[in-house]
Each structure stands twice: as C-alpha cells, then as structure tokens.
Design a protein around this ligand. Structure first.
Ligand SMILES: O=c1ccn([C@@H]2O[C@H](COP(=O)(O)O)[C@@H](O)[C@H]2O)c(=O)[nH]1
Length: 234
C-alpha cells in the first residue's frame, strides 16, 4: 500500500507536447504540488514522461478515466501502477464489477496507487444528465455513483467540490475526494460548470484539488501556484 502523504494540489498538464509540459514542471516544486497527466499529453508523449517525473520526485495522478470491460481496465490500472503514479482513475459508470476487478488487480502490485472513480464530470449540469437519460440531478447522481464506488472497494471519487460536504458526511472522512473545477476568484470558468474557489473547496473538506488553466495559462504559473497556496489556510 502507498502510504506517502500526497499533495493537496495537482496541476493539470493539458499540453500538446512534452516540451511545453516540461517548461512548466521545471518551474514547479515537487514538495508543493503534484502533476496530473490526462489524455492529451499521455497520448502525445506517453509513459516515459510520466516515469521521468516520478523519478524526479513528483506525485503523479494519471487521469485516463479508464472505462472498458473488467479485464481490460484491470490490466490498464496495473500498468499505471508500474509507472509509479500515486493516483489512477476509472469511470464509476463502468459498474461495480469493473471497479472491483481493477482494485483487486492493484492489490497484487508492490506499488499501489489510490484508485478513484469519476462520478459526474465537473463540466456537466443537471440538463446534460437529462440529455443522456439520467433523471437525477448532479448531486444525486454523484452520491449514487460514489456509494457504488465505495462498495466496490475503491479509495475515493472524482467529483466537484460542491458535492464534498455531503459526500464526506455520508461516506466518511477516509473516502478520498479529488476535485477538478477549481477556479480562483476572478479567473475564467472555461468549460467548467460545477466550480468552487480553492478556499471554498478547502472549507468543504476536499482531499485534493485539480487546477489546470488558471495556472498553466497564467503569465507567471509559478506565482499563480504560490498565490493559490498562500490563499489556503494551513
Ligand atoms: O470531472 C472532471 C474530471 C476531470 N477533469 C480534468 O481536470 C482538469 C481540469 O482542468 P482546468 O483547466 O482546471 O479546467 C482537466 O484536465 C480535465 O480533463 C475535469 O475537469 N473534470
């Protein structure tokens, strides 16, 4: 089991190339923030980049949101564990069997990342859910999928910080909440819909925040990180 303490903030490295991503990570301190690698960068630059950052002491969240038959997802999360990442995720809508099989596969590995499941994307509203045939509001759907995730034995979920208080009070403190859709006051919302500021998210009790564009598109990304950290209570 991976017992190291993980950073509160994961910077979403949504870049086209390894060079652009490295230009940013060279300005970041592995003791202060972790790195989130998603579909764009991983497809462009692959596992070597991830392994390199792990070797340089960064905590990495591999955000590939696996969603497939149980055997395929289990084998994929094992490969993620072998890259040395600290967090990996699947889609909760893949169901209990898929999630439980993935968790059981990770338990045989010497390095075991946190396995968490995406509930409802932070870019989605109640109306978006209706359009795909889900007749619960976002909070109800997040709660239903989080309960399923917990009962499948996973470590936590990806959700909006808006759902953090109710999830923590229902599912317990140790069930981890990874929250994208974080927007410091005054920054652009972009395509995010269920957002909170870093301070609101901290007060709501989240375990981890994912912050991308407010940092990566800032004129001074390192300063943007420092400002966010300074704005949070210790
Ligand atoms: O529900 C989700 C799940 C994942 N994400 C990812 O987080 C970052 C957010 O980046 P910003 O630039 O801060 O909006 C991005 O990589 C998403 O793929 C999410 O936003 N919501």
């Amino acid at each position: 089991m991976n017992n190291k303490s993980l950073p509160l903030i994961y910077v979403a490295l949504d870049f086209e190339t390894a060079e652009e991503a490295n230009r940013l990570t060279e300005q970041l301190d592995a003791k202060s923030v972790g790195l989130k690698v998603g579909k764009e960068l991983f497809t462009a630059a692959g596992p070597e980049l991830v392994k390199n950052w792990v070797e340089h002491g960064f905590s990495v969240f591999l955000d590939l949101k696996f969603h497939d038959i149980p055997n395929t997802v289990a084998k994929a999360v094992v490969q993620a564990a072998r890259l040395g990442v600290d967090v990996v995720n699947v889609h909760a809508s893949g169901g209990r069997k898929m999630m439980a099989t993935a968790k059981q596969a990770l338990e045989k590995e010497s390095h075991q990342p946190l396995l968490i499941a995406v509930t409802v994307l932070t870019s989605m509203t109640d109306e978006d859910l209706t359009e795909i045939g889900v007749h619960r509001n976002a909070q109800e759907q997040v709660m239903a999928l989080a309960k399923l995730t917990q009962s499948a034995g996973l470590d936590g979920v990806v959700c909006s910080a808006q759902e953090a208080e109710i999830l923590k009070s229902t599912l317990g403190e140790s069930f981890k909440l990874m929250t994208p859709g974080i927007r410091p006051k005054g920054s652009q919302q972009d395509d995010q819909k269920r957002v909170m500021t870093p301070q609101q998210a901290q007060q709501a009790g989240v375990d981890f925040m994912v912050i991308g564009r407010p940092i990566t598109k800032a004129s001074d990304p390192a300063q943007a990180v420092s400002d966010i950290i300074a704005s949070l209570s210790r």
